[in-house]
Design a protein around this ligand. Sequence first.
Ligand code: CO
Length: 134
Amino acid sequence: MKINHLGIATKEIAGALEFWQDALGLENVHTEVVEDQKVRVAMLPIGESRIELLEPTSEDSPISKFLEKRGGGIHHIAVEVDDIEASLAKLKEKGMRLIDESPRIGAEGCLVAFVHPSSANGVLLELVQTIADE
Ligand code: CO
């Protein structure tokens, strides 16, 4: 396993890029709207991992709620797994609370599923299974 990305909530990706890209020197290589999660994401590689900037696309986006409560910051940690179905089955068997019982399609067509913070020390955990490179 490895850390696929760290999700950071922001009101506006453009503003966040002034820090992460312009000042710190990371590069925004991919921007995409994930309709299912009502977010716009920007991906900035850092080593073998990435920073994922998350901007809400609507008032009822989970990111809007997070921003209201916390005003931005680390929203989730994403762990890359080989077989997301197997990981979910194992977590379920161990009695862990899942937000997604089965995987959804996330950014870049990856399979993703969220684990509830109550089972992961207050951390919202995203499981990611990347699609094979063509
Ligand atoms: Co994510």
